[in-house]
Design a protein around this ligand. Structure first.
Ligand SMILES: Nc1ncnc2c1ncn2[C@@H]1O[C@H](COP(=O)(O)OP(=O)(O)OP(=O)(O)O)[C@@H](O)[C@H]1O
Ligand SMILES: [Zn+2]
Length: 541
């Protein structure tokens, strides 16, 4: 269709006033994945002419079944750049600027956000959504938030002081498991998978000091002091075994410890097994020498990913994946001694390791084993993405964009896509809620502070913006960067450090909390000449 014909159809559909608003607006789309591809196509087809799109990632082959702006020849290329090129084919008159970058990068600060008429989120994680929410609140730009999980989806508008923000309602925290269930008494396949992924993998190849987020101490665990002490000892022993990483002995030593001696130790705790089936320790040599069928392979047929491996296959895969991961880690450590590997469901070596170790453990505890395919979906908490859901939600997101441009944001309903019920409609509408007066994000006073990042030290920020600007006592405030404390009265070592050396750059929002319970968000922006300009802060306070 020629662009003049499309424009005249769009004028008829939208009406001239809205058509003009759409054509003259400047919109940002954050994320060019499942929802983003649909959304960008919709935006260019419905007459949006000035669009910026940002995505940090490159195209993976697994994206191609639903991210229709991408094709096989685009694999490994930037999502943002390819999405732009493909969308331009739908409407060559659109002006699209693409960024392959993280939306949290310092160049995308509040003044950058304030250029846009509307921002569309098409993201897949809470952290980035929270960040865009905060930036749009600070820049006072309407945000169309959208998301899908399987058949379910939602799209709604967030506007400072008018609607609820993304953080007004607490979000459910991800499922966590008690340490003792995972480390000593697993009873379901997921317990073995979490053990393999969050405990053993990170002990051997990751940051063994860090508490993994899906393993948490529950109060009931704390009573079990003796057991916890034993677990700490086990972890210590595992650290010593790591000295032989990279040698042929490594895999066997790890196996002997986690699948033989640790299980034998557990068996000595008689109380534990009174009402539970006892685990059975494995022997490396017995499995290693297990008879292999006459054709040289195991007798099982079927796709390797979709069938459950035998214990012998698990052992072979365990040895092989430990070797591959050790080699990778040691090569990384040669360049930087602090290097670690993190579990990623799309990393074949890591998934092989987790499938093999989770299943060996499941075998020990008489728990059903799982195929590599099933382990991938359980370990990655994957709910399959459905192209149709993304398409519906992206369509609704554009309609919300139209509604924002028409004005009267306080009346734009939230839309939920639900599963089909006999009585219930698929799309449910809900009135927008007012901001939650208790919300720590949108109800906190925020102030824009212009900072010369070449020169400004933490002390400059404290003295100029907080003590003079906000008239707070330096001894009574805490400065937080996310969950990290950068300053309080007992932590004054950073005061003479440049803000940039503390990882504080333009675009950051620092939370200042006083002992009286007052809270202020400092929205930092870059500045060339002056050190810190407090005029705006004074205006706001
Ligand atoms: N901080 C961020 N900055 C920029 N883009 C981001 C950021 N966080 C996530 N994204 C992008 O948002 C998009 C979300 O799309 P989607 O939910 O379809 O995920 P996906 O990674 O493409 O697919 P899957 O997770 O199912 O493999 C991804 O392309 C991702 O790269
Ligand atoms: Zn809020």
């Amino acid at each position: 269709m020629s662009s003049t014909a499309r424009d005249s159809y769009n004028v008829r559909i939208l009406g001239q006033p809205l058509f003009d608003k759409v054509a003259n607006s400047c919109v940002l789309m954050v994320g060019a994945g499942g929802i983003g591809c649909e959304l960008l196509k919709n935006l260019v087809l419905s007459g949006f002419k000035n669009i910026e799109v940002i995505d940090l990632d490159t195209i993976d082959i697994s994206n191609l079944n639903r991210q229709f702006l991408f094709q096989k020849q685009h694999v490994k290329k930037s999502k943002a750049h390819v999405a732009k090129e493909s969308a331009l084919k739908f409407n060559p008159n659109a002006q699209i600027i693409s960024h392959q970058a993280n939306i949290k990068d310092s160049e995308f600060d509040v003044s950058w956000f304030s250029r846009f008429t509307v921002v569309f989120n098409a993201l897949d994680n809470l952290e980035a959504r929270r960040h865009v929410n905060q930036m749009c609140l600070a820049a006072n730009v309407p945000l169309v938030e959208s998301g899908t999980t399987g058949y379910l989806g939602q799209a709604y508008v967030i506007k400072k002081d008018v609607t609820e923000c993304f953080d007004c309602e607490p979000k459910p925290t991800p499922t966590t498991f008690p340490v003792c269930t995972i480390r000593s008494t697993p009873s379901a396949p997921i317990h073995c998978i979490v053990w393999a992924k969050s405990y053993l993998f990170s002990q051997l190849f990751g940051n063994s000091e860090e508490e993994e987020e899906d393993l948490q101490l529950k109060d009931s665990d704390k009573e079990n002091a003796q057991e916890l002490e034993a677990l700490a000892r086990e972890t210590q022993e595992l650290k010593q075994i790591k000295d032989v990483m990279g040698t042929d002995a490594y895999a066997k030593k790890v196996f002997d410890k986690v699948f033989t001696s640790d299980i034998e130790r557990l068996l000595t705790m008689k109380d534990m097994w009174q009402s539970r089936e006892k685990p059975v320790a494995l022997s490396f040599d017995t499995i290693e020498n297990e008879q292999i069928s006459s054709n040289g392979s195991t007798t099982q047929n079927g796709l390797k990913d979709q069938r459950v491996w035998s214990v012998k296959e698990c052992l072979d895969m365990f040895k092989d994946s430990v070797e591959r991961l050790s080699k990778r880690l040691m090569e990384l450590k040669e360049k930087n001694n602090d290097s670690i590997l993190s579990f990623d469901k799309d990393d074949d070596d890591a998934l092989d390791f987790v499938t093999a170790t989770a299943n060996l453990r499941a075998h020990i505890f008489h728990i059903p084993e799982k195929s590599r395919f099933e382990v991938k979906s359980m370990a990655g908490n994957i709910i399959p993405a459905i192209a149709t859901t993304n398409a519906i939600i992206a369509g609704i997101a554009v309609m919300k964009g139209f509604a924002v441009l028409r004005g009267q944001i306080d009346t734009i309903k939230r839309t939920y896509l639900t599963t089909v019920g006999r009585q219930r409609p698929i799309l449910m509408l809900e009135d927008p809620a007012k901001p939650n007066s208790e919300c720590k994000v949108c109800q906190t006073v925020s102030a824009i502070v212009n900072v010369d990042f070449k020169r400004a030290k933490l002390n400059d920020l404290l003295e100029t913006a907080i003590v003079k600007g906000a008239e707070l006592d330096a001894e009574e405030v805490t400065i937080m960067d996310g969950s990290k404390i950068v300053y309080d009265v007992d932590l004054d070592d950073n005061l003479q450090t440049l803000l940039t050396d503390l990882g504080i750059q333009a675009g950051k929002i620092l939370r200042v909390a006083s002992d009286d319970g007052d809270e202020i968000d400092l929205v930092l922006q870059g500045l060339q000449k002056k050190k810190i300009n407090i005029t705006q802060l004074k205006d706001i306070m």
